[in-house]
Design a protein around this ligand. Structure first.
Ligand code: SF4
Length: 366
């Protein structure tokens, strides 16, 4: 097993978006005037927190958003200059198809970017309009091909299912379009209708639990047929192209998150920056970042290991305590023990939230 003790990741949150998607409940802003100032503040935060990872080698860097492809290559270079590049094996940038050109990709490639996560969501132009996305299916396909032209071949496509009015046939077309493009990785999430988002009003046209479940199974079968390994509930990869950065979240590798709303984990505690652009920038500029920290108890860590590990195909190392708690799922065939590890079967992954929370240990209050 790999030794993660001296490896770590860096997550950089870029909250700027051209417009707001109808389903978005993330922290993001359409206020672009502050981008240069924000980039400077990210650089400052990287300086201020350079000891957070205790001298670990930086294995992965991930620009997430928001829309990181709203950054110019020059702005991205300023940030990357603050990160020691010698050990980085995966450098991912989330992109929206409408920002992508072969020239832009070529500039990112020159900066060391070697993986793109493309926010496609669906190849159905009607559904893209309902979601408030700013691209169409043709642009999405062109964006993937522009990544290759620019020299970046490790491409992940983000999809969603359970969209308002989406039928199983429409989902099948999405899956066929995604696997027909030259991608190494596909992530696909069931749309969540969050209260307060514009799409919430369409929740009655969304897929029922039963339809979502059958879409999940159709997706698993399609991906398998096309050579993608199902390695986490919502993630599929061609062999060897599992996301190293996201895998580190699931296997407990420490990471530093910089930028407004970014989360960090150092093995003992979790902390998160304020999800407010002005408060974040003012805090960094006056040397007192606005953030909160939670020290993890032994029970928190045990529960997190279950919550994160059981989402993955590799599962978690079996121990007596966990096996005892999982007995009924092992007996019913929803969980399996293999090579000393416990994992959920693909069939039970869809109801993993229920099983995982049932395996949680209660906090012991002294
Ligand atoms: S691009 Fe992403 S972060 Fe921005 S509004 Fe759309 S869903 Fe939200």
């Amino acid at each position: 097993m790999a030794n993660f003790a001296h490896m770590a990741g860096i997550y950089i949150h870029i909250p700027f978006c051209k417009g707001r998607c109808q389903y978005c409940a993330f922290f993001s802003t359409t206020r672009h005037d502050d981008m240069d100032r924000y980039v400077q503040d990210i650089c400052l935060e990287l300086e201020m927190r350079r000891d957070y990872l205790n001298g670990a080698d930086i294995d992965t860097v991930y620009f997430g958003g928001g829309t990181p492809s709203q950054l110019s290559p020059e702005q991205m270079a300023l940030i990357l200059d603050r990160i020691p590049a010698t050990s980085i094996r995966e450098l991912t940038v989330e992109c929206n198809p409408d920002d992508v050109t072969a020239e832009y990709m070529n500039s990112l490639h020159s900066l060391g970017v070697n993986r793109i996560s493309m926010g496609v969501q669906t190849f159905n132009d009607g559904l893209l309009a309902t979601l408030g996305r700013r691209h169409d299916a043709r642009q999405a396909a062109n964006a993937v091909s522009d990544c290759h032209k620019g020299g970046i071949d490790n491409i992940s496509i983000d999809l969603m299912y359970g969209l308002p009015g989406q039928t199983p046939e429409m989902q099948k077309t999405d899956l066929e379009c995604a696997t027909s493009l030259d991608a190494t990785h596909i992530s696909s999430y069931c749309l969540s209708y969050e209260e307060g988002t514009p799409i919430f009003r369409f929740r009655n046209q969304g897929a029922s639990d039963e339809l979502c479940r059958s879409m999940f199974h159709a997706m698993c079968a399609h991906m398998k047929e096309h050579g993608f390994r199902h390695y986490e509930i919502s993630n599929f990869a061609k062999p060897g192209f599992e996301s190293a950065h996201n895998s580190s979240y699931w296997n407990g590798t420490p990471y530093l998150g910089v930028g407004a709303g970014a989360h960090s984990f150092n093995g003992k505690s979790r902390s998160w920056n304020v999800s407010d652009l002005d408060a974040y920038m003012k805090g960094i500029e006056c040397g007192s970042p606005v953030s909160e920290t939670e020290i993890l108890t032994a029970t928190d860590m045990y529960n997190e290991k279950i919550m994160l590990g059981l989402r993955t195909a590799g599962g978690i190392e079996a121990d007596e305590r966990l096996e005892r708690a999982a007995r009924r799922y092992l007996e019913s065939g929803q969980m399996v023990k293999e090579k000393g590890r416990l994992h959920l079967t693909e069939d039970s992954l869809f109801i993993s939230d229920y099983i995982i929370s049932d395996l949680f240990e209660d906090q012991i209050i002294d």
